[in-house]
Design a protein around this ligand. Structure first.
Ligand code: FAD
Length: 334
């Protein structure tokens, strides 16, 4: 029996599907494809019609060839120019617009990442379209669903723009298989737009652990950890025992227990791992907004009334300072 999951089954099987054409904007860094940006391709697959992927920067021909192996893409367009390496929207937006005009696409999808959020509103403005942000479902070629108010309400948006400029929530459109495809690879047009902004430097947190946004398992700590020393003592061993990424609540980040890049929630990262295990997190709506799509939610909290237990599949009422080391020990001895 064949089954399509809701986010990958194509909507269109009619003549209309042949008229639809997606440009999926991919991200790369240092000549390596950012696999989670392939969510834009999944959105195109769901829509139906042809899918072209786009990538720009230095040494991106190899990235384009890599992306060409992803399932669902017909063509990959690349623009080789160091000026686009850092994805500065001031020159990337006119570049994308030139390529959109040339290809005449009906839908432009990009991830709802810092890059997509920075770029797509400018692209929309240049094309006189209204951008649609952070969609989680495609109802039809002009109707899209997106969460608002930190996921407390769901809005259905219909657009009459001829070119639809859309950012997609990665957790709702999982990346397609990265092997087995055989797209053609072609050079795109480069308008060489002036860039008034100069890239100076970046200061990124380094970690050997899985990437928080795409990890299969996440362990997250909150204000209940009490201090940075306790956070560092208890959370990394638990994460290592599970092979998980580490996340944190905003209260933990604001209190200096964890780095800002680890924040999960409305103003942090959106995650939807197979397992989200949190300790000392109360379950405020702004936190739930970033993790409630996780497949299994497990919570450790000493307060049986904590709101996190309303969304948890598995709950453990108890003192985390006892329970976390005990759990870590049990996992290690398995
Ligand atoms: P608390 O709410 O203080 O909860 C701590 C929990 O730890 C309690 O439930 C307590 O029972 C438990 N605990 C204490 N000691 C122990 C122990 N020894 N053993 C076991 N359990 C214990 N928050 C986010 O997380 N992410 C966001 O992106 C985010 N964005 C926001 C955006 C806006 C506009 C606003 C207004 C708020 C935002 N917040 C966000 C903040 C949010 O409202 C909460 O304040 C925050 O999530 C609380 O973090 P916490 O659960 O770690 O802390």
């Amino acid at each position: 029996q064949l089954q399509f999951s809701p986010s990958t089954a194509p909507l269109q099987h009619s003549a209309l599907a042949r008229l639809l054409s997606t440009l999926a904007v991919l991200e790369q860094k240092d000549g390596k494809l950012n696999v989670s940006s392939l969510a834009a391709v999944t959105a195109g697959v769901k829509l139906g019609g042809s899918i072209t992927a786009f990538v720009a920067g230095s040494g991106v021909k190899a990235v384009a060839e890599d992306a060409a192996k992803a399932k669902g893409i017909e063509k990959v367009i690349y623009v080789e120019n160091g000026a686009y390496e850092k994805g500065l929207p001031e020159n990337y937006a006119p570049l994308l617009v030139e390529n959109i005009k040339k290809g005449g696409y009906t839908h432009i999808f990009a991830g709802h990442s810092a890059f997509g959020k920075n770029l797509m509103p400018r692209v929309a403005a240049l094309l006189d379209s209204q951008q649609i942000s952070d969609i989680t479902e495609i109802e039809s070629e002009d109707t899209f669903v997106r969460p608002i108010y930190a996921g407390n309400a769901i809005m259905t948006v219909q657009s009459s723009d001829s070119t639809k400029i859309i950012t997609v929530r990665g957790t709702a459109f999982p990346a397609p298989e990265t092997e087995g495809g055989s797209a053609t690879v072609e050079e795109g047009v480069d308008p060489k737009a002036e860039c008034p902004t100069e890239w100076i430097a970046e200061d990124l947190a380094q970690s050997d652990r899985p990437d928080l946004s795409s990890a299969e398992k996440v362990v997250s700590g909150g204000r209940g950890l009490k201090s940075k020393e306790e956070f560092d003592r208890l959370m990394p061993p638990l994460a290592d025992a599970l092979g998980a990424a580490i996340g944190a609540s905003r209260a933990a980040v604001d209190s200096g227990f964890a780095d800002n890049s680890l924040q999960v929630g409305q103003t942090g990262k959106n995650v939807a791992p197979q397992l989200y295990l949190c300790a000392g997190i109360s379950g405020a709506i702004q936190h739930l907004a970033g993790m409630k799509d996780s497949k299994v939610i497990a919570a450790i909290n000493k307060d049986p009334e904590a709101p996190i237990f309303q969304v948890a599949d598995v709950g453990l009422v108890g003192d985390l300072f006892e329970k976390v080391p005990e759990l870590t020990q049990k996992l290690k001895s398995q």
